[in-house]
Design a protein around this ligand. Sequence first.
Ligand code: G16
Ligand code: MG
Length: 217
Amino acid sequence: NTKTFIFDLDGVIVDTAKYHFLAWQRLASQLGIEFTPEHNEELKGVSRVKSLELILAIGNIEASQEDKNKWLIQKNTEYLSYIDDIDQSEILPGVLFVLDYLKKNKHNIVLGSASKNARPILEKTNIMHYFDAIVDGNDVTNAKPDPEVFLQGAKKMNDNPKNCIVFEDSVAGIQAANIANMISIGIGDKEVLQEANFVFPDFTHIDINFIDNLVNR
Ligand code: G16
Ligand code: MG
């Protein structure tokens, strides 16, 4: 009874969502835009380009493509400076336990991230070896909530979407998993992630019984 477990990266496996926020917030304040944590929820799981569009819309700013490109590079350069020296301590609580349990039970483990920086993060945190397949921001053309990223993951494993379980911290990602006909598990606030099939505050609340029940349902 093998299942495919698809993990989002930022905010699910590693605590890098805070660095995306800091980098976007700096850019926004430079542009005179007030960018709040509530605004930031809408950016989670959303591609870099689309995130900038959302921020500019908040500030009612129209900009040339040249300026946008410059700001995208600025944001990513700042983000890279934060993740430059991350290590395994940045992995969120309970994640390694779940990865070990899934590996031991021979389930497929797939990364499904919107980030173009996913691979260096998996390397720096020393968890690349867990993954049977990686789909990231370099592979997909349609950003979450489009289900492309997760459907590509299922395809790489030759598995049916109905047999896939997605862990996500973003509203856009939960919607993508639901549209893909996968089981969606929200990691975070259940008020924010109401559309998920299940929600846990973090991986320390996911136990072996829960996983076994999912596998055998
Ligand atoms: C992540 C973050 C988003 C970020 C996106 C693109 O996705 O949640 O905030 O904008 O990737 O990241 P980058 O600028 O590194 O390409 P995920 O899907 O791993 O949560
Ligand atoms: Mg995320």
